[in-house]
Write a protein that binds this ligand. Structure first.
Ligand code: PLP
Length: 351
């Protein structure tokens, strides 16, 4: 593999002079700030919300860096992982010319973001039933215009992990970026591939505080990569891409690692309980093993079951239209009480 970041970066991005914000130009915290056209009188007492937030989210990155074992320079913080996905297209894919590879069924935003940015999408379906990567066809699909390959592990909506040996083969045979989405990694029985960033300069890892960290409403997405790749992200991102409230709340939430680990254990236990209970229903054809906080279930009539549950005010996702997911519902693991309620209604449905 011959990875050259310069070669895969769009020319306009290489030439780009990024916007220089007031807070980026003067980094001191004390003083009379007359540089950013803010309202210095302020409105919300005791807050700093009349001021622009830290454009580089340094305090948040420092805390994240300690948890993830990474220097700040290897971390990008975005307005949800969706912002990181969008930046990848904008920085690396020449509209109408470059292509990316996605492996359906998978997280829908890769394709939507590709379409928004007019990148060509090559779809190489996962292998039916095992939902592993179709390595041969992925390698065949790569051409000189392929810039990104998205791998979601654990995968949404199937819930399974993807073999490390397959990811490794792709990393070693592709000179574009391999984007490994680890949104659900905290629920998995295996570890993040963050340590592999040292071995593979073409690896970008996405994570989020929306899942295990229980902060979906704050919109905090993360990308980890080499400093050079993160520099490209920072060049392209809007100057103040993460608001002050999200930064502050995320910083204090990250102190609760013991509580979150205990919640992860609860969710993983509930996943096991639900997996076994779901498998016992006659209308359930298959419960796919999950490494995430949701379970994909094949049933005899997904639409009928979806409608029945919705009527009971239990909202799941009907994934039947996704490739290889005919008659499949995706059910998020809820609280122990919510899961009991779900099973109670399913019992009544089965009768
Ligand atoms: C695989 C995967 N990646 C990313 C996201 C989006 O994460 P965020 O909330 O950080 O935008 C989701 C959300 O469902 C997801 O399933």
């Amino acid at each position: 593999m011959n990875f050259d970041l310069d070669k895969i970066t769009r020319d306009n991005i290489k030439r780009l002079v990024p916007y220089s914000s007031a807070r980026a130009e003067y980094k001191g915290k004390e003083g009379i700030f007359l540089d950013a056209n803010e309202n210095s009188l302020g409105l919300i007492k005791g807050s700093n919300y009349n001021r622009y937030p830290d454009p580089m989210q340094l305090d948040l990155k420092e805390k994240l860096g300690k948890i993830k074992g990474l220097p700040i320079g290897n971390i990008f913080v975005g307005n949800g992982s969706d912002e990181a996905i969008d930046i990848l297209f904008r920085a690396f894919c020449e509209p109408g010319k470059d292509n990316v590879i996605i492996c359906p069924p998978t997280y829908g935003m890769y394709e939507v973001s590709a379409n928004i940015n007019d990148a060509i999408v090559n779809r190489v379906n996962l292998i039916p039933e095992t939902f592993q990567l179709d390595l041969q066809n992925i390698l065949k699909a790569i051409d000189e215009k392929t810039k990104l390959i998205f791998i979601c592990c654990p995968n949404n909506p199937t819930g399974n992990g993807v073999k490390w040996s397959d990811i490794k083969t792709i990393l070693e045979n592709f000179s574009g970026l391999v984007v490994l989405d680890e949104a659900y990694i905290n629920f998995a029985s295996y570890r993040s591939l963050i340590p592999e960033l040292l071995n593979y300069p073409n690896l970008v890892i996405l994570q989020t505080l929306s899942k295990a960290w229980a902060l979906a409403g704050l919109r905090v997405g993360l990308a980890f990569a080499s400093q050079q790749i993160i520099d490209v992200f920072n060049k392209v991102k809007p100057p103040y891409n993460m608001n002050a409230v999200s930064q502050q709340l995320a910083i204090s939430a990250l102190d609760n690692i013991d509580e979150i680990n205990s919640q992860i254990r609860t969710i993983v236990n509930e996943r096991k309980y639900l997996t076994e209970a779901l498998a016992a229903f006659s209308f359930v054809k298959k419960v796919y093993p999950s490494e995430a906080n949701f379970i994909l279930v094949k049933v005899n009539d997904a639409e009928a079951l979806y409608n029945y549950l919705a009527q009971k005010q239990i909202i799941v996702r009907n994934r039947s239209k996704d490739e290889l997911c005919d008659n499949c519902l995706r059910i998020t693991v809820g609280t122990p009480e919510e899961n009991k309620t779900l099973l109670k209604f399913l019992n009544e449905y089965g009768k």
